[in-house]
Design a protein around this ligand. Structure first.
Ligand SMILES: [Zn+2]
Length: 214
């Protein structure tokens, strides 16, 4: 007998009676034509920062990659297992997305682990410790800043890590070449889960600012 947690089955029932019903034409079209999303989002696995919800996106609109801490590793063609790089390669080379948005969020557990790598239950020997060591130099610098409160350090590293990931994105030849030709744009954003505020990175300064909504 097939089995799923009851709340998932209830949600699926709502989906079929609601969203799928109203968007069934779009789903059928996407099945027939294939997907052609214009935007890739790199977001955290955190259950509170779902890009499709935040950007009110329907089926086929966003190509979403989620990992702990919304990190992009540098280009390393070393034959190892690189799931993030594989998704990136597919989005850029096959789907030919026009935008890549790295979206961080407030109260990120991955960033907290990077700031305090010895805190329980995580240790540097765990997968998360290894993964978050991608931003270790920034984490060490921010951790050492005693002028900042713990909350300020957390927010600072959440935003610095977005700039880090954007820099790593540009180490991928396919990204930097297309960006140079003006066919791909890179963006940074940070979502405050407590207020719903979205802060968008200014490309010139790297600062995060509130967008003007009409
Ligand atoms: Zn997170």
């Amino acid at each position: 007998m097939p089995h799923l947690p009851e709340h998932l089955l209830a949600g699926y029932r709502n989906f079929m009676n609601g969203r799928y019903l109203t968007e069934s034409g779009r789903y059928r079209e996407l099945a027939r034509e294939g997907q052609a999303p214009e935007t890739m989002i790199v977001a955290c696995c955190d259950s509170r920062s779902a890009p499709e919800a935040i950007f009110d996106a329907g089926p086929g609109e966003l190509f979403v990659l989620r990992n702990v801490g919304n990190l992009v590793p540098p280009y390393e063609p070393d034959g190892e297992f690189h799931s993030t790089s594989a998704a990136l390669e597919f989005a850029v080379q096959s789907l030919k997305v026009k935008n890549i948005v790295v979206m961080g969020h407030g109260r990120c557990g991955g960033i907290r682990a990077a700031l305090d790598p010895n805190s329980a239950p995580l240790s540097p020997g765990d997968f998360i410790g290894k993964w978050m060591s991608l931003i270790a130099p920034a984490a060490e610098t921010v951790s050492a800043s005693t002028f900042m409160t713990a909350t300020e350090r957390q927010t600072a590293l959440e935003r610095i890590s977005i700039r880090y990931s954007l820099a790593n994105l540009r180490t991928f030849p396919c990204v930097s070449i297309l960006e140079g030709k003006g066919r791909l744009s890179l963006h940074g954003a940070w979502f405050d889960i407590s207020t719903g505020e979205l802060w968008v990175m200014n490309k010139e300064t790297g600062d995060f600012e509130r967008p003007v909504l009409e």
